[in-house]
Design a binder for this molecule. Structure first.
Ligand code: GLC
Length: 760
């Protein structure tokens, strides 16, 4: 394995990549509350888009086209600061991914250049600052080219209505740039115009990329640039829509030049000019970058952990909070958004609350919900009510505010109900929706959306049964607190009955089945293909569903049959052939994604289950394995960015350990909960903050900060006996407290909490 190609700053907030060609693009995402988002790879390229609250997308560029070129006018040699797409060699390449910006920098032939990208709050654009310094002893003449294309697609329209047919580009001297005007008759909003503006008058421009590329060129071989020619000033209609801005830099020895750019969407040229005037005013670009950084500090500043392991600290603080936050940018799905909101409660409770209430608006009166409300998809997945109950009860635990239960929200199919009625409707739905064995119906699918049993509409899901047990427990507790004793008792009886059914019907002898169908069980020792699934075992623990003997046996099965070097596969072994009885997952390559891959989201559920049982070694090992850049599967091999969680690691022998997709994955939410609520064990509860750590024995100490109901808590956990869980002595501000719970002080002050784990 080659040497590490990246390093974190001591505070973990910055990851510096020193190799322009990691195994795959290593992206950062920069976005603001208006919905403007820039995906930025280590080369500086990436997709730019704007997405409204109704998930109406405008993709500003195609194929991630966003490039800065430099050309030495002495000899015509050309290169990119971020090396791509020309791939001309550069020295001292560095990509610094920060929470609020990315800076790509390099040096070549005595010219040092840096390109900083950020997305300022309140703008429908990304802001770039390019600085170029002459380190040589003689004066240098350079051309600086910024090049992008305009796609402006992202909504559906009738045939022959492709966006390019309605676009034209033209130079706008007020922008020092190119404006791409679109007049699409079906555009869902007005911001389907794009522009690239600059802070200084260019010496040339192109609005037609064909003029830059030449007849057979491309961004990687732009004929105009490589032949030493200058921009001629083209415009495009129906052609290769884009913007190239050429600036001339005459630099004396030691001199530095700086140019700012705005690449964005606008309602009108006027709108674009106003943005350019705001951001190109003296000092404004620096202030905008500072504002983006301040916004990140505000968002991610109230929760922090310090463990004995640097890799954990780098990942589990700002980066993980940012990843969880990003997971629902532009996403409108009940299941995914509720799980993300549940983790956001730990540091952005108000944002989490709004998201939770929004999800409830997309529940039907009969309790089930849409899959996604934008775009609208009402395929009936059975799991959605589970997340509703989990998220709302956790919301109350976090805020202490029971009045949210009385808020009235509409249903997707008309009418309205209180939040509590929405929860009851979800619960009633799952209680009623049972199959032949008395277990809940799978419907189209459950959390595993690739386990869609097409052969049996009466298939039953053991995962949903576990989820329903958990809901019944949570709802009984809530009803009790509301003084609805009879209701609580009824749900307890329901729970008792269902537990009996689960222990009897869903047990396979050594572990729980995954589903029951008319063609036989899925995930049992006698099943064709996969014999064991992770979720039902782990959720049995979360839901207190198993007998002690069942717990012992299934843990043994998970530990001995399922553990891999980089996590736990979602099912094992993988399916080799498509089988309609198990649906889409069995058609995927064996060992990839939901077909027996290490699906990190499922492994992350396990961390919480391990902690519930006090299995600190296993919880730590599971999180450590799925965390990127693990010793057994370093980022250079897996391909996963070292600063964010990834969705899956492949177990297919040809692609062993590879990761393909990161950032937007529920893994992030469950790993955040896994560390803060599981391993460090600090959980909001109705009456205060529970402190119930489950450390790996080799951690002598760990600490965290957290805001809770208007006060800050600094919690130091000490583990002098080197165990996971034991007898806990807890003190707050130097005074002992009983019952493992810290009160909600709500006084705006910081409170010092000390928790010492001792051998009982
Ligand atoms: C994807 C989906 C998520 C689902 C998971 C497992 O991540 O977005 O909704 O739960 O796959 O199938």
């Amino acid at each position: 394995m080659p040497e590490k190609n990246h390093a974190f700053s001591p505070d973990g907030e910055t990851c510096v990549i020193t190799d322009p060609q990691p195994p795959r693009y290593w992206y950062n995402y920069l976005w603001n509350d208006l919905g403007f988002c820039a995906q930025v790879s280590q080369t500086g390229h990436g997709d730019s888009y704007y997405i409204t609250a109704r998930a109406e997308m405008c993709r500003l560029n195609a194929g991630g086209a966003r490039y800065i070129y430099l050309r030495d006018e002495r000899d015509g040699s050309a290169w990119n600061i971020g090396r791509a797409p020309l791939l001309a060699p550069v020295e001292d390449f560095r990509c610094t991914h920060h929470l609020a910006s990315t800076i790509v920098s390099s040096r070549r032939d005595g010219i040092e250049a840096a390109w900083r990208l950020c997305v300022p709050p309140g703008e429908y654009a990304e802001l770039w600052t390019v600085s170029v310094r002459n380190l040589a002893a003689e004066p240098r003449r350079l051309s600086l080219f910024a090049a992008v294309n305009f796609e402006l697609e992202g909504f559906s329209y009738p045939r022959y209505y492709e966006m390019y047919r309605f676009c034209e580009t033209s130079y706008d001297p007020d922008l020092n740039g190119v404006y791409c005007r679109a007049r699409h008759p079906h555009a869902p909003h007005a911001r389907y115009n794009g522009y690239l503006a600059s802070s200084a008058a260019p010496v040339g421009f192109e609005g037609d990329l064909a003029a830059f590329f030449g007849p057979i060129g491309s961004f990687a071989r732009p004929e105009l640039l490589l032949s030493g020619r200058s921009c001629k000033g083209s415009c495009a209609a129906l052609e290769v829509l884009g913007a190239v801005l050429q600036h001339r830099l005459d630099l004396a020895p030691g001199e530095e030049a700086e140019i700012h750019y705005l690449y964005g969407v606008a309602e009108s040229p006027h709108d674009a000019r106003a943005a350019a005037a705001r951001l190109f005013a003296p000092g404004a670009a620096g202030a905008a970058a500072d504002a983006a950084a301040a916004s990140c500090r505000r968002r991610y500043g109230t929760l922090a952990a310090r463990t004995p392991e640097a890799r954990w600290n780098n990942l589990m603080n700002g980066w993980l909070m940012k990843q969880v936050d990003f997971c629902i940018v532009g996403k409108k799905g009940v299941r995914d958004n509720l799980q993300i909101a549940d983790a956001l409660l730990l540091y952005l409770p108000e944002r989490a609350k709004q998201e939770i209430l929004e999800c409830l608006r997309h529940q039907f009166r009969d309790g089930h919900t849409v899959l996604t409300w934008y775009p609208y998809d009402d395929t009936h997945y059975s799991d959605q009510p589970i997340w509703i109950v989990m998220a709302v009860t956790d919301l109350i635990r976090e805020t202490g505010d029971f009045t949210v239960l009385d808020e009235i929200l509409p249903y997707q199919d008309g009418g309205e109900g209180t939040v509590y009625e929405h929860m009851c409707a979800g619960l009633a739905r799952l209680i009623a929706d049972r199959g032949p064995h008395g277990l809940p119906l799978l419907r189209f699918a459950d959390w595993n959306d690739a386990l869609n049993v097409t052969t049996d509409p009466e298939a039953e899901s053991v995962f949903i049964a576990m989820g329903l047990l958990l809901m019944l427990r949570e709802m009984a507790i809530l009803a009790e607190r509301r003084g609805e004793k009879a209701q609580a008792e009824q749900w307890c009886r329901e729970l008792y009955d269902l537990k009996g059914i689960v222990q009897r019907e869903a047990w396979d002898g050594r572990w729980f089945l995954r589903a029951l169908t008319k063609d036989g069980p899925i995930g049992g020792h006698g099943s064709a293909g996969s014999k064991i699934y992770l979720n039902p075992q782990v959720w049995a623990i979360l839901a207190d569903a198993a007998t002690p003997e069942q717990t012992r046996l299934m843990l043994e099965a998970v530990d001995t049959l399922m553990e891999h070097d980089f996590g736990f596969p979602i099912n094992s072994p993988a399916y080799e052939e498509y089988n309609p009885m198990t649906g889409r997952m069995s058609a995927m390559l064996p060992g990839l994604y939901e077909n027996g891959g290490v699906y990190c989201h499922a492994s992350a559920f396990k961390i919480m289950a391990d902690c519930k049982l006090g299995r600190g070694v296993e919880a730590h090992r599971t999180l450590d394995k799925i965390m990127p850049d693990s010793p057994a599967n370093p980022s250079l091999r897996s391909g996963a960015e070292p600063y964010v969680f990834t969705n899956c690691y492949a177990l297919h022998p040809k692609f062993y350990g590879k990761s393909y997709m990161s950032w937007q994955t529920g893994t992030s939410a469950w790993c955040l909960k896994g560390l803060y609520e599981g391993i460090l064990g600090v959980r909001a509860d109705y009456d205060g903050l529970v402190v119930d750590p489950c450390l790996p024995p080799h951690w002598p100490e760990a600490e965290m900060r957290r805001r809770f109901r208007g006060a800050d808590y600094h919690i130091v956990i000490k583990n002098p006996d080197g165990i996971s869980r034991g007898k806990l002595s807890l003190s707050v501000d130097g005074k002992p407290v009983e019952g493992g719970m810290v009160p909600a002080f709500g006084d705006g002050r910081t409170h010092e909490v000390e928790a010492i784990i001792r051998r009982p």
